[in-house]
Each structure stands twice: as C-alpha cells, then as structure tokens.
Design a protein around this ligand. Structure first.
Ligand code: RUQ
Ligand code: CUA
Length: 613
C-alpha cells in the first residue's frame, strides 16, 4: 500500500495536544488489573516466580536515566542483581574514587553525572555476542562501553560536536559502529559563533568505533534527531526526529504536522569520507547530510528524509529487517517504512507502506518474532499489540491491525521484549517501563518510584498478561534482554587484564620515590592489609596500590581511608590504585568496607601522617 496522504488528521493532533498538556496530573487508570502478586498467573503465562537458589533465564540491562547507571535484572524474576555505574560516582564499587575510573571520568569531561537512556548489547551476525554493552549520556553528549566479562564501564567517548546524545544503537549485523544520535541543535563548533542565529545551529549523527571508542565520522543534518535503530544488513540506519521547524521554543518546534525520519546510508557515507567530502570540525570528519547538500542530490543520497507525522519518537527495525517502524508520539499512528523499497523509490515518502492507528501517544515498539509489534501508548497508559503485515495490507489510519491492548500503570515510555533487537526474538517476556507508579506501591513521599511491569506475550490465543510490578528508582528508559547463556562473566579478575602490578603476600613495598611522594604496593586478604601501618610525611602525595589476593569468588575487600574521601574496591585478584594528598597530620584507621569474614572489623591498618617537623 502506498499512502497518498501523510498528513495527520487535525482532530487527532488537537486531542493529543490537549491530553499531553495534562500529563503531569492525570494518567489513564481504567481497567486496572488487581493481580500483581509476584508471579501467580491466570492464563498461559509460565510461573515468573524463580525459587530461591535458582537462576533466571535472561539478563535485562536497564538504563538508570539520570541516576547515570545501568541496572542488571534477572528475568522473569525481575530481581535486581547488580548496578553498573557508568556516568555517576558510586562508592560501593569505588567507581570514580580509584585512579583508573577517576581519570576515565575526568577525560570524558569531568562531569559527575549523566543521563543513561539506551543500553544496547553488541551483536555478531545479528545475535548477542556477550562482549559489550553501550549506553549514551543524553545530558553531556557521551557514549560509554561496558565490558560484559567484568560488568564494568571500561571506556567513555565524549562525542565532539554533539550536545545531547539521545539515540544509541549499533550498526548491525556485527556492531561495526555504535551510533550516537545528536538531539539538540547548537552551533557547530559551539565556540560562541552564531549564538543568536538558530538557523545556523545543527545536530550530528556520530559513528563510534566500538574497539577504540573514537568517533570515526559524523553527519550534519537538518532538524533535531531523537531515537535511532540500525537495519540488520549494515546499510540503513534510521533516526526519528522532531523540530524539523528548527525552532527554539515549544510552539515553534511543534508548528508543522510532519517531521522527518532520516535514513542514513552507511556505505554511501563511508564513501564520502573516503573521498574526502567532509570538513574537519573538532578533529572529526563531518559530512554534510543536510537536504540541500550536494551529497544528497544524486541517485545515492547519504541521507533520505522521510516525512512522518508528527514528532516521531521511537524507531525500531523488525527482526526480519523488512521494516523500520516509527511511532508518531503526537500522532496516534505508527509509520511502517519498507526498507527494501527505500532503495528503489525516488520519493522516500513512498517507502511508507503502512500507517496503523494505534492509540494516543505511541512512543516505542518491540517485537515477538511472530509478526507482532508492541507499542507503548504514553497517553492512553497502554501497550498495544498489532499485526505488522496486517498494517501493510490495511488502509492508512485503520485500527484493524490492532490485536489487543493491555493497561499498564502508568504512562509507559519504552518497552522491550526478550531479544527484540536481534533477528530472532524469543517472544515470551516484555517489560513496560512506566514513568508513573502513583498508587501501586507503599507511599514514600512526594517522589514516587517508577514501575517496570513484566508482561507475558507468549500466548497469542489468550492474550497478553500482566505478571509483575517492580518499583524502580528514576528512571529507566530502555533495556536490552539477553539470554543468560550468551553472557559469560568472569568469576574473579584475571591479573593479566589489569595494567597495575600484582602484589602478592611478601611482595609488599613502601618506597619514597621523590621528596614528597610515597608509593605503597600491598596485598589484602582475610583479615589483613599488607602493612599494619604506613607512615608518611605531612604534604606527601601517596600512591596506594592494593591487590586482593583471594582466589575465592565473592570475597571482596575495600580500602577506606577516613577523612580523605577514599573508598576503593578490590574484587578477588583485582589490583586497584588511588593517589591522594596526605595533607593533615594525624592517625587514620584504614579499614576494609566489605564484611569479608568474622574478623572483618579487625581488618584495619594505621595511616600515620607525621607532622612536617
Ligand atoms: S527515549 S522513554 Cu531515550 Cu523514549 Cu526515554
Ligand atoms: Cu576485607 Cu572486610
């Protein structure tokens, strides 16, 4: 079906606008299910209760939003297993305290927080390979990499020319690039030029090499971008966007009824870079992908602009790579873009082959691998299940493709189904990440938790079933759900993977390496540090390096130095270092912060800082 008219009906927009205005106050709360009893199910859903001592089937990696971290949940239990600090500082892990993580955060801009939205796990041949997860910092224009052997952040890229990295996703099938989708338009470079001339602002699409975490190239575009998702064949990458008006106030940004989905032709961009068709800005090759760029005039434009109603928000590619589906946000429909047709049509609008009417405030879409799409309806507080091919067959604006709607509590943003971002989703569990929880949990004051709801989607006959509520701290935006056996975390550190020298029992040293600099290398084990006391002079810089020589998994130690703002963690076989100034003479009881044995409280040493004379 080719759609003759892409305009949104005026009436729908009015409705959307009116309800959007009232969002702060009211959420739809009709038809609440009253069973959220930890996994007792009423129709086809398998029991989601995972008994004590048993392991979950899936990992779910949820972004923590402005908490700046990643949360690791087990599915279907929804038990939160671990947190991975990324852009924040976190004392239990000593993240942001030890030299390595502190320097990494410092080099990535020195910010103390970030806004994580879209965790994506690396893939090989369109399937999870267990190597890395990536996540963006929407606040400060950054992308981080998490090593899934150690479940820790190991690199952060501060993306030049990008203010507000919103979408984050990999170029598949083999994670050739991690893409940072630039949201806010600002002068490029942002050095004081054009501050009063918004028409000169721009936003860029950034391709990051996952191995080096450096930006390889960027593409400058018209309008704002929002979310993104990659096709599975390495050619097309899609971003949604709002503000094609290029306004700077809300009313300017929402004036027109259509915005642009942009389809980036990765090989054509690479060819332009190869041919030197770029300008270097802040050391990055920036290719001009604006509509009037010469690179967009021929038969093989580097960016195709697809007019779509209205401020489309989420976009995701179907598991079979046939369609990219963009949700209308301020329009009650989704646009189904035929990826193959995109290669053929001269007018990109003709690649839109379906426009089902889904409900109010469609935001994000996930897949079950059985031909269904699941879209969150922010304003309606529902998840709608619909049939993708039926939407292609149906007339535009038809509700016929809708299979079923389920109430969620309340105002869902993102949703994610198990392995939905691969070419072979499992089609059993779905999490709806709801922004408001209102009455669902014991009251805890004016700041409420959010509500991550587990929904079983494996039974097409009996329909979707709400299985569990899980309160979550603000605020998850997106997730990736990965089969547990595709990830192989280390049990203890391999000292070979750590740049610092391993210090075993008997190898400990205290050395004055300069007049005012002392280097300590020591081990830690139950129930002692390598030295019962360490004496330095007032004014010394102390480099303190500690190895946890335990072989037994799960026996952690840390080194806390009171009144010096220091807590570094040492997992088994890990060596960690902290450098600090011993400015105040006195005695400081350095202790271990993990309750590691019955003699844990006795695991302490004196740091003696001798007065200068
Ligand atoms: S975007 S739900 Cu990053 Cu929808 Cu948050
Ligand atoms: Cu080591 Cu407590």
């Amino acid at each position: 079906m080719i759609l003759p008219n892409l305009g949104m009906e005026r009436r729908d927009f009015m409705k959307a606008g009116a309800v959007a205005g009232a969002l702060g106050g009211l959420a739809g709360c009709t038809g609440m299910l009253d069973d959220n009893s930890g996994g007792q199910t009423t129709n086809g859903a398998p029991n989601a209760h995972v008994p004590p001592g048993e392991l979950d089937e899936y990992y779910a990696f949820l972004s923590g939003g402005h908490s700046g971290d990643i949360r690791v949940l087990g599915l279907p239990s929804m038990r939160e297993i671990m947190k991975i600090p990324v852009f924040n500082h976190e004392s239990a892990r000593g993240y942001g305290f030890d030299d390595k993580s502190r320097e990494m955060l410092e080099e990535a801009g020195g910010y103390t927080w970030g806004d994580t939205h879209h965790p994506r796990v690396s893939q090989t041949d369109n399937d999870y390979d267990g190597r890395w997860a990536f996540v963006n910092d929407k606040a400060n224009g950054r992308m981080a990499r998490i090593d899934l052997q150690y479940f820790e952040t190991d690199a952060i890229c501060n993306i030049p020319n990008q203010q507000g990295t919103h979408g984050a996703c990999c170029v598949l099938p083999d994670t050739k690039y991690v893409i940072g989708v630039g949201e806010f338009r600002a002068p490029i470079p942002n050095d004081g030029r054009d501050v009063d001339d918004p028409s000169e602002y721009g936003s860029v699409f950034a391709a990051i090499n996952p191995e080096t975490m450096n930006v390889e190239w960027e593409v400058l575009v018209d309008g704002n971008m929002d979310n993104g998702d990659g096709g599975k064949e390495g050619k097309w990458f899609f971003t949604t966007g709002y503000n094609s008006e290029e306004g700077v106030t809300e009313s300017e940004m929402t004036r027109s009824d259509r915005d642009m989905v942009k389809a980036f032709n990765i090989p054509a961009i690479e060819a332009a870079v190869e041919a030197g068709n770029y300008e270097t800005i802040n050391e990055v090759p920036v290719v001009d992908g604006r509509q009037d760029s010469s690179l967009n005039q021929g038969d093989d434009p580097i960016v195709k602009y697809i007019p779509t109603p209205k401020s489309p928000h989420g976009v995701s590619v179907t598991p079979d790579n046939k369609y990219a589906i963009a949700s209308g946000k301020l329009d009650p429909t989704a646009s189904v873009i035929d990826i193959e047709a995109l290669d053929e049509v001269s007018d990109p609008e003709e690649a839109i082959v379906g426009r089902p009417r889904l409900g109010m405030g469609p935001l994000h879409t996930a897949y079950d691998g059985r031909g269904h799409a699941y879209t969150t309806l922010f304003i309606d507080s529902q998840v709608v299940k619909w049939d993708i091919e039926a939407a292609v067959e149906a007339e535009a604006m038809s509700e016929d493709p809708v299979v079923e709607k389920i109430d969620v509590h309340y105002n869902p943003g993102h949703l994610i189904a198990s392995e939905s971002y691969t070419s072979d989703p499992e089609g059993d569990w779905l999490i709806s990440l709801n922004k408001l929880s209102k009455d669902r949990f014991l009251p805890v004051g004016p700041m409420h938790p959010e509500n991550d709801q587990l929904i079983y989607i494996g039974d097409d006959e009996n329909g979707m079933e709400l299985v569990k509520d899980k309160p979550s701290y603000a605020e998850p935006h997106d997730a990736s759900i990965v089969q547990a056996d595709k990830i192989e975390p280390a049990k203890v550190y391999d000292p070979e993977d750590i740049d610092l020298e391993y210090t075993g029992a008997g190898d400990e040293t205290i050395e004055r390496v300069a007049d005012d600099r002392v280097e300590v290398k020591m081990y830690s084990m139950r129930n002692e540090f390598g030295f019962p006391e360490i004496t330095v002079k007032e004014g010394d810089t102390v480099e303190m390096q500690v190895t946890n020589i335990e072989q037994t998994s799960d026996i952690l130690h840390s080194l806390v130095i009171p009144e010096h703002d220091i807590n570094i963690k040492m997992a088994p076989q890990e060596t960690t270092k902290v450098t600090f100034e011993a400015d105040d003479p006195g005695v400081y009881w350095m202790y271990c912060g993990f309750f590691c044995s019955a003699l844990h409280l006795e695991m302490r040493s004196r740091l003696i800082v001798q007065p200068e004379d």
